[in-house]
Design a protein around this ligand. Structure first.
Ligand SMILES: Cc1ncc(COP(=O)(O)O)c(C=O)c1O
Length: 365
Protein backbone atom coordinates (compact mmCIF):
# COMPACT_ATOMS: atom_id res chain seq x y z
CA UNK A 1 0.00 0.00 0.00
CA UNK A 2 2.84 2.41 0.80
CA UNK A 3 5.52 1.02 -1.48
CA UNK A 4 6.55 3.48 -4.20
CA UNK A 5 5.14 6.48 -2.32
CA UNK A 6 7.08 9.64 -1.53
CA UNK A 7 7.70 10.03 2.21
CA UNK A 8 5.54 13.18 2.17
CA UNK A 9 2.59 10.87 1.54
CA UNK A 10 3.15 8.88 4.74
CA UNK A 11 1.15 9.60 7.86
CA UNK A 12 3.16 10.48 10.95
CA UNK A 13 4.79 9.64 13.24
CA UNK A 14 6.53 7.04 11.08
CA UNK A 15 9.85 5.35 11.61
CA UNK A 16 11.95 5.52 8.45
CA UNK A 17 14.98 3.41 7.63
CA UNK A 18 17.35 4.88 5.07
CA UNK A 19 18.24 1.76 3.11
CA UNK A 20 21.44 3.11 1.57
CA UNK A 21 22.78 3.90 5.04
CA UNK A 22 21.60 0.61 6.55
CA UNK A 23 23.13 -1.41 3.71
CA UNK A 24 26.41 0.43 4.08
CA UNK A 25 26.42 -0.28 7.86
CA UNK A 26 25.73 -3.97 7.21
CA UNK A 27 28.36 -4.18 4.50
CA UNK A 28 31.02 -2.49 6.60
CA UNK A 29 30.46 -4.87 9.50
CA UNK A 30 30.47 -7.90 7.21
CA UNK A 31 33.80 -6.80 5.72
CA UNK A 32 35.30 -6.00 9.11
CA UNK A 33 34.40 -9.35 10.66
CA UNK A 34 35.60 -11.21 7.57
CA UNK A 35 38.92 -9.32 7.54
CA UNK A 36 39.55 -10.11 11.21
CA UNK A 37 38.19 -13.64 11.20
CA UNK A 38 35.52 -12.85 13.79
CA UNK A 39 32.21 -14.69 13.91
CA UNK A 40 29.32 -12.22 13.73
CA UNK A 41 26.19 -13.09 15.69
CA UNK A 42 24.26 -9.78 15.47
CA UNK A 43 21.80 -8.95 18.21
CA UNK A 44 18.39 -8.72 16.51
CA UNK A 45 16.80 -6.86 19.43
CA UNK A 46 17.67 -3.69 17.54
CA UNK A 47 15.62 -4.24 14.39
CA UNK A 48 13.23 -7.01 15.53
CA UNK A 49 12.49 -7.89 11.89
CA UNK A 50 13.15 -11.39 10.49
CA UNK A 51 13.81 -10.06 6.95
CA UNK A 52 16.69 -7.98 8.31
CA UNK A 53 18.08 -10.92 10.27
CA UNK A 54 18.04 -12.83 6.99
CA UNK A 55 20.03 -10.05 5.33
CA UNK A 56 22.59 -10.18 8.11
CA UNK A 57 23.02 -13.91 7.62
CA UNK A 58 23.17 -13.59 3.83
CA UNK A 59 26.06 -11.19 4.41
CA UNK A 60 27.91 -13.84 6.40
CA UNK A 61 26.61 -13.70 9.99
CA UNK A 62 27.15 -17.10 11.62
CA UNK A 63 23.85 -16.89 13.46
CA UNK A 64 21.78 -14.38 15.37
CA UNK A 65 21.37 -13.23 18.97
CA UNK A 66 18.16 -12.52 20.88
CA UNK A 67 17.37 -11.62 24.48
CA UNK A 68 13.96 -13.26 24.81
CA UNK A 69 12.48 -16.62 23.86
CA UNK A 70 9.63 -14.69 22.21
CA UNK A 71 12.16 -12.96 19.98
CA UNK A 72 13.74 -16.31 19.16
CA UNK A 73 10.32 -17.66 18.14
CA UNK A 74 9.77 -14.74 15.77
CA UNK A 75 13.29 -15.00 14.34
CA UNK A 76 12.78 -18.63 13.29
CA UNK A 77 11.03 -17.06 10.27
CA UNK A 78 14.48 -15.94 9.11
CA UNK A 79 15.58 -19.58 9.18
CA UNK A 80 18.77 -19.00 11.15
CA UNK A 81 21.17 -21.88 11.41
CA UNK A 82 21.80 -20.93 15.03
CA UNK A 83 20.21 -18.68 17.67
CA UNK A 84 21.99 -17.45 20.78
CA UNK A 85 19.74 -16.40 23.64
CA UNK A 86 22.10 -14.00 25.39
CA UNK A 87 20.05 -13.94 28.55
CA UNK A 88 19.47 -16.51 31.30
CA UNK A 89 16.29 -18.45 30.48
CA UNK A 90 14.55 -19.15 33.78
CA UNK A 91 11.27 -20.99 34.39
CA UNK A 92 9.56 -23.99 32.78
CA UNK A 93 7.27 -21.98 30.48
CA UNK A 94 10.12 -20.29 28.63
CA UNK A 95 12.29 -23.40 28.60
CA UNK A 96 9.55 -25.47 27.04
CA UNK A 97 9.07 -22.90 24.27
CA UNK A 98 12.83 -22.73 23.77
CA UNK A 99 12.89 -26.47 23.04
CA UNK A 100 10.44 -25.92 20.18
CA UNK A 101 12.74 -23.19 18.84
CA UNK A 102 15.60 -25.71 19.03
CA UNK A 103 13.65 -28.08 16.80
CA UNK A 104 15.59 -27.94 13.55
CA UNK A 105 18.28 -25.41 14.46
CA UNK A 106 21.11 -24.89 16.91
CA UNK A 107 20.27 -23.03 20.12
CA UNK A 108 22.84 -21.66 22.53
CA UNK A 109 22.10 -19.96 25.85
CA UNK A 110 24.40 -17.77 27.90
CA UNK A 111 23.89 -18.08 31.63
CA UNK A 112 25.68 -17.37 34.89
CA UNK A 113 24.31 -19.80 37.48
CA UNK A 114 24.25 -23.50 38.21
CA UNK A 115 20.49 -23.12 38.77
CA UNK A 116 19.95 -21.78 35.24
CA UNK A 117 22.11 -24.58 33.81
CA UNK A 118 20.21 -27.20 35.82
CA UNK A 119 16.83 -25.91 34.64
CA UNK A 120 18.04 -25.89 31.04
CA UNK A 121 19.43 -29.41 31.34
CA UNK A 122 16.19 -30.69 32.91
CA UNK A 123 14.08 -29.15 30.14
CA UNK A 124 16.37 -30.03 27.24
CA UNK A 125 15.02 -32.49 24.70
CA UNK A 126 18.13 -32.14 22.56
CA UNK A 127 21.67 -30.85 23.00
CA UNK A 128 21.76 -27.14 23.84
CA UNK A 129 24.96 -25.09 23.62
CA UNK A 130 25.89 -23.10 26.71
CA UNK A 131 28.13 -20.08 27.11
CA UNK A 132 29.23 -19.26 30.66
CA UNK A 133 28.68 -15.54 31.20
CA UNK A 134 31.40 -13.53 32.92
CA UNK A 135 31.24 -9.99 34.23
CA UNK A 136 33.98 -7.83 32.74
CA UNK A 137 32.94 -4.60 34.44
CA UNK A 138 29.29 -3.81 33.69
CA UNK A 139 28.15 -5.43 36.93
CA UNK A 140 24.91 -6.73 35.40
CA UNK A 141 25.16 -10.48 34.98
CA UNK A 142 28.14 -12.81 34.89
CA UNK A 143 30.33 -14.69 37.32
CA UNK A 144 33.83 -13.61 38.22
CA UNK A 145 36.67 -15.22 36.29
CA UNK A 146 38.63 -17.71 38.39
CA UNK A 147 37.14 -20.20 40.83
CA UNK A 148 33.52 -19.01 40.32
CA UNK A 149 33.78 -19.48 36.55
CA UNK A 150 35.56 -22.80 36.83
CA UNK A 151 32.88 -24.28 39.08
CA UNK A 152 30.13 -23.02 36.75
CA UNK A 153 31.86 -24.56 33.72
CA UNK A 154 32.42 -27.80 35.62
CA UNK A 155 28.70 -27.94 36.49
CA UNK A 156 27.59 -27.15 32.91
CA UNK A 157 29.91 -29.82 31.53
CA UNK A 158 28.56 -32.46 33.90
CA UNK A 159 24.90 -31.95 33.00
CA UNK A 160 23.07 -34.10 30.45
CA UNK A 161 22.20 -32.52 27.09
CA UNK A 162 24.27 -29.39 27.72
CA UNK A 163 27.32 -28.71 25.60
CA UNK A 164 29.78 -26.21 27.04
CA UNK A 165 30.80 -24.02 24.11
CA UNK A 166 32.67 -21.15 25.72
CA UNK A 167 32.43 -17.76 27.37
CA UNK A 168 30.15 -14.74 26.90
CA UNK A 169 30.42 -11.20 28.18
CA UNK A 170 28.95 -7.80 27.37
CA UNK A 171 31.22 -4.75 27.57
CA UNK A 172 28.30 -2.31 28.01
CA UNK A 173 30.32 -0.17 30.43
CA UNK A 174 32.73 0.79 27.63
CA UNK A 175 30.96 3.52 25.72
CA UNK A 176 33.37 6.14 24.52
CA UNK A 177 36.29 4.70 22.60
CA UNK A 178 39.00 6.98 23.96
CA UNK A 179 42.54 5.92 24.87
CA UNK A 180 41.52 4.53 28.27
CA UNK A 181 38.72 2.46 26.69
CA UNK A 182 41.16 1.03 24.18
CA UNK A 183 43.58 0.20 26.97
CA UNK A 184 40.68 -1.48 28.81
CA UNK A 185 40.03 -3.62 25.72
CA UNK A 186 43.65 -4.71 25.54
CA UNK A 187 43.51 -5.60 29.25
CA UNK A 188 40.30 -7.52 28.60
CA UNK A 189 42.14 -9.50 25.93
CA UNK A 190 44.77 -10.48 28.49
CA UNK A 191 42.01 -11.60 30.87
CA UNK A 192 40.22 -13.64 28.17
CA UNK A 193 43.47 -15.28 27.07
CA UNK A 194 44.12 -16.33 30.66
CA UNK A 195 40.58 -17.65 31.08
CA UNK A 196 40.86 -19.74 27.92
CA UNK A 197 44.25 -21.12 28.97
CA UNK A 198 43.04 -22.01 32.49
CA UNK A 199 39.77 -23.62 31.37
CA UNK A 200 41.52 -25.65 28.69
CA UNK A 201 44.19 -26.74 31.17
CA UNK A 202 41.34 -27.96 33.39
CA UNK A 203 39.98 -30.01 30.48
CA UNK A 204 37.25 -27.69 29.13
CA UNK A 205 37.85 -26.60 25.52
CA UNK A 206 36.70 -23.03 24.88
CA UNK A 207 35.43 -22.83 21.30
CA UNK A 208 33.60 -19.51 21.51
CA UNK A 209 34.52 -16.28 23.25
CA UNK A 210 31.55 -14.02 22.54
CA UNK A 211 31.39 -10.32 23.34
CA UNK A 212 31.28 -7.08 21.45
CA UNK A 213 28.85 -4.19 21.42
CA UNK A 214 28.28 -1.38 18.94
CA UNK A 215 30.55 1.17 20.67
CA UNK A 216 33.43 -1.32 20.73
CA UNK A 217 32.63 -2.94 17.37
CA UNK A 218 35.52 -1.85 15.18
CA UNK A 219 38.02 -2.40 17.99
CA UNK A 220 37.04 -6.03 18.52
CA UNK A 221 40.21 -7.28 16.82
CA UNK A 222 42.23 -5.50 19.53
CA UNK A 223 40.77 -7.87 22.14
CA UNK A 224 42.96 -10.97 22.14
CA UNK A 225 41.10 -14.31 22.17
CA UNK A 226 37.72 -12.74 21.29
CA UNK A 227 36.36 -14.70 18.32
CA UNK A 228 32.68 -13.74 18.15
CA UNK A 229 30.92 -10.36 18.36
CA UNK A 230 27.25 -9.53 18.89
CA UNK A 231 26.65 -5.89 17.97
CA UNK A 232 23.01 -4.96 17.48
CA UNK A 233 22.65 -1.20 17.14
CA UNK A 234 25.21 -1.00 14.29
CA UNK A 235 22.57 -1.86 11.67
CA UNK A 236 20.88 1.54 12.18
CA UNK A 237 22.99 3.40 14.76
CA UNK A 238 21.32 6.21 16.73
CA UNK A 239 22.00 9.57 18.39
CA UNK A 240 23.71 7.83 21.30
CA UNK A 241 26.01 5.88 18.97
CA UNK A 242 27.06 9.26 17.56
CA UNK A 243 27.41 10.68 21.08
CA UNK A 244 29.82 7.94 22.08
CA UNK A 245 31.90 8.54 18.97
CA UNK A 246 31.25 5.14 17.38
CA UNK A 247 29.76 6.59 14.18
CA UNK A 248 29.04 9.80 12.31
CA UNK A 249 25.53 11.23 11.95
CA UNK A 250 25.65 10.18 8.31
CA UNK A 251 25.74 6.53 9.46
CA UNK A 252 22.38 6.82 11.28
CA UNK A 253 19.81 4.95 9.20
CA UNK A 254 16.72 5.33 11.40
CA UNK A 255 14.72 8.49 11.94
CA UNK A 256 11.21 9.30 13.04
CA UNK A 257 9.25 11.40 10.57
CA UNK A 258 7.06 13.73 12.66
CA UNK A 259 4.66 16.60 11.99
CA UNK A 260 4.64 20.01 13.67
CA UNK A 261 1.21 20.18 15.33
CA UNK A 262 1.55 23.32 17.46
CA UNK A 263 3.62 26.49 17.51
CA UNK A 264 1.38 28.35 19.95
CA UNK A 265 4.05 28.66 22.62
CA UNK A 266 6.84 31.09 21.79
CA UNK A 267 10.23 29.61 20.84
CA UNK A 268 8.79 26.13 20.77
CA UNK A 269 7.20 23.66 18.43
CA UNK A 270 5.31 20.54 19.35
CA UNK A 271 5.76 17.48 17.17
CA UNK A 272 3.35 14.55 17.06
CA UNK A 273 5.62 12.08 18.81
CA UNK A 274 6.60 11.84 22.45
CA UNK A 275 7.64 9.03 24.74
CA UNK A 276 5.26 6.55 23.05
CA UNK A 277 7.08 7.16 19.78
CA UNK A 278 10.72 7.66 20.79
CA UNK A 279 10.98 6.07 24.30
CA UNK A 280 12.31 8.16 27.17
CA UNK A 281 15.96 7.23 26.74
CA UNK A 282 18.15 10.21 27.53
CA UNK A 283 20.97 11.52 25.40
CA UNK A 284 24.46 10.53 26.41
CA UNK A 285 25.83 13.59 24.62
CA UNK A 286 25.54 16.31 27.22
CA UNK A 287 23.98 17.30 30.48
CA UNK A 288 21.32 19.18 28.47
CA UNK A 289 18.18 17.08 28.12
CA UNK A 290 17.61 15.93 24.56
CA UNK A 291 15.43 13.14 23.26
CA UNK A 292 16.67 13.02 19.69
CA UNK A 293 18.49 14.89 16.95
CA UNK A 294 16.31 17.03 14.67
CA UNK A 295 17.86 16.62 11.22
CA UNK A 296 16.33 19.76 9.71
CA UNK A 297 17.41 21.95 12.62
CA UNK A 298 20.54 20.79 14.45
CA UNK A 299 20.31 23.80 16.79
CA UNK A 300 16.86 22.73 17.99
CA UNK A 301 16.69 21.02 21.37
CA UNK A 302 14.17 18.21 21.76
CA UNK A 303 13.93 19.03 25.42
CA UNK A 304 10.84 17.39 26.84
CA UNK A 305 8.24 14.74 26.11
CA UNK A 306 4.78 13.74 27.15
CA UNK A 307 3.35 10.55 25.74
CA UNK A 308 2.16 12.09 22.47
CA UNK A 309 3.85 15.51 22.53
CA UNK A 310 7.44 16.22 21.66
CA UNK A 311 8.57 19.64 22.94
CA UNK A 312 11.23 21.12 20.68
CA UNK A 313 12.96 24.30 21.78
CA UNK A 314 13.67 26.28 18.60
CA UNK A 315 15.14 29.40 20.20
CA UNK A 316 18.53 28.84 18.56
CA UNK A 317 17.12 27.84 15.17
CA UNK A 318 17.51 30.43 12.39
CA UNK A 319 14.25 29.63 10.62
CA UNK A 320 10.65 29.18 11.66
CA UNK A 321 8.41 26.17 11.51
CA UNK A 322 4.73 26.17 10.56
CA UNK A 323 1.89 23.86 11.45
CA UNK A 324 2.06 20.82 9.19
CA UNK A 325 5.80 21.04 8.56
CA UNK A 326 7.62 17.75 8.88
CA UNK A 327 10.90 16.96 10.54
CA UNK A 328 12.99 13.84 10.85
CA UNK A 329 14.37 13.04 14.28
CA UNK A 330 17.12 10.50 14.96
CA UNK A 331 16.17 8.72 18.19
CA UNK A 332 18.61 8.43 21.08
CA UNK A 333 18.12 4.69 21.43
CA UNK A 334 16.83 3.03 18.29
CA UNK A 335 16.24 -0.46 19.78
CA UNK A 336 13.50 0.79 22.10
CA UNK A 337 12.10 3.15 19.46
CA UNK A 338 11.68 0.14 17.13
CA UNK A 339 9.80 -1.63 19.90
CA UNK A 340 7.17 1.14 19.82
CA UNK A 341 6.34 0.95 16.11
CA UNK A 342 4.06 -1.59 14.43
CA UNK A 343 5.73 -1.13 11.08
CA UNK A 344 8.65 0.77 9.67
CA UNK A 345 9.38 2.14 6.21
CA UNK A 346 12.55 1.36 4.28
CA UNK A 347 13.26 4.37 2.07
CA UNK A 348 15.60 4.86 -0.88
CA UNK A 349 16.18 8.59 -1.19
CA UNK A 350 12.69 9.89 -0.45
CA UNK A 351 10.75 6.95 -1.88
CA UNK A 352 9.35 4.07 0.17
CA UNK A 353 10.90 0.82 -1.05
CA UNK A 354 9.95 -1.60 1.75
CA UNK A 355 7.45 -1.78 4.56
CA UNK A 356 8.31 -4.15 7.40
CA UNK A 357 6.18 -5.23 10.33
CA UNK A 358 8.25 -5.15 13.50
CA UNK A 359 7.33 -8.73 14.33
CA UNK A 360 9.47 -9.11 17.44
CA UNK A 361 8.24 -5.92 19.11
CA UNK A 362 6.69 -6.35 22.53
CA UNK A 363 8.11 -9.85 22.98
CA UNK A 364 8.79 -9.49 26.68
CA UNK A 365 8.61 -13.17 27.56
C1 LIG B 1 24.05 -9.30 25.89
C2 LIG B 1 24.10 -8.28 24.80
N1 LIG B 1 24.81 -8.54 23.69
C3 LIG B 1 24.89 -7.66 22.67
C4 LIG B 1 24.22 -6.44 22.73
C5 LIG B 1 24.31 -5.49 21.57
O1 LIG B 1 24.98 -4.32 21.90
P1 LIG B 1 24.77 -2.96 21.10
O2 LIG B 1 23.35 -2.57 21.26
O3 LIG B 1 25.74 -2.01 21.70
O4 LIG B 1 25.06 -3.23 19.68
C6 LIG B 1 23.48 -6.13 23.87
C7 LIG B 1 22.79 -4.84 23.98
O5 LIG B 1 22.21 -4.46 24.95
C8 LIG B 1 23.42 -7.07 24.93
O6 LIG B 1 22.72 -6.81 26.06
Amino acid sequence: MHIGKHISQLDTPALLIDLDVMESNLQRMAEYTRAHNLRLRPHTKTHKIPALARRQMDLGAAGITVAKVGEAEVMTAANPHDILVAYPVIGPQKLQRLMSVADGRGVTVSLDSVEAAQQLSNAATRTIGVLAEIDVGLGRVGVQPGEQLLSLVRAISSMPRLSFEGIAFYPGHIKRMDESARAALVELGVLLTGIKRDLEAAGFPVKIISGGSTPTMYHSHEVAALNEIRPGTYIFNDANTVACGACELSACAASVLATVVSTAVKNQMIIDGGSKTFSSDRSMASSELSFGYVMEAPAAVFSKMNEEHGFVDIRAVDHTFSIGDRVRVIPNHVCVAMNLHEQVYGIRGEKVESVWRVDARGKLQ
